[in-house]
Design a protein around this ligand. Sequence first.
Ligand SMILES: Nc1ncnc2c1ncn2[C@@H]1O[C@H](COP(=O)(O)OP(=O)(O)OP(=O)(O)O)[C@@H](O)[C@H]1O
Length: 261
Amino acid sequence: MPPVDMAHVTLRIGDRIILSDVGLTVPAGAFVGMLGPNGAGKSSLIRAILGVVPVAAGRISVFGRPVGRGNHDIGYLPQFPARSAPRLDGRSFIAAALHGERWGLPCDWRPGRHRRHDAMEIDRVLDLVGAMHLARRPIDHLSGGERQRLLLAQALLGRPRLLLLDEPLASLDPHRAREVVALVDTIRRQLGIAVLFSTHDLNPLLGVMDRVLYVGRGAARLGTVDEVVTGPVLSALYGMPVEVIRANGRIFVVADGVVQS
Ligand SMILES: Nc1ncnc2c1ncn2[C@@H]1O[C@H](COP(=O)(O)OP(=O)(O)OP(=O)(O)O)[C@@H](O)[C@H]1O
């Protein structure tokens, strides 16, 4: 069963149609980069897969089951993570997610009931993201990239088979952004999981993602970079002439004279 399968999906928020009659399938183990103009609906689509935003029409299934809150198969890194207490160290930060409201954990989970299991699970995710050295450091002393590692560790709690990462590169410099992309890719391969990765910059994902999903004006296109990142496809999704310029192994999407990514 594919990690995500959508058929004739319409998403409406208030009186705005975010997606209209969209169908797509995220293949098993794929690394999908999701792009689109501001407000196109990337976060809303992720939230619909989480079962938080209801579909107005059509259906979305995750590993063959209809979407629903608390899906153990999904790990989620939100765009604007809840403000965390600065005094927490890295380990406590992960533990807080383990015991707090988190996607995927059984609802009978109680602090202290599974202490040994908790400690092992926290070690496992810290190790996966290469953040054992952050375990005892206060999180307000950490860089943006280091915090992103911990957020990724949180998303990996409970052994999800699908990672939904909403703009994990926001506020990272190009070097750190590439580090985070490489880390996500290594984890994806190691665990054989699928990744849906929302971003405003295509370039750090080049050579890593095997599919790109572009969202715009109520529509979505999923395919390889060569299929989707073209002037005609993006012009239709942006609703204006878009030029795609390739230079030095990078891709620049220019809409209305402004470089988008
Ligand atoms: N809870 C909400 N209530 C009202 N409108 C909302 C809500 N959430 C999202 N929207 C609207 O839905 C549209 C899509 O928003 P969304 O955050 O999904 O876009 P996005 O592609 O992730 O944007 P960005 O790239 O700027 O993060 C926007 O017009 C936004 O204002």
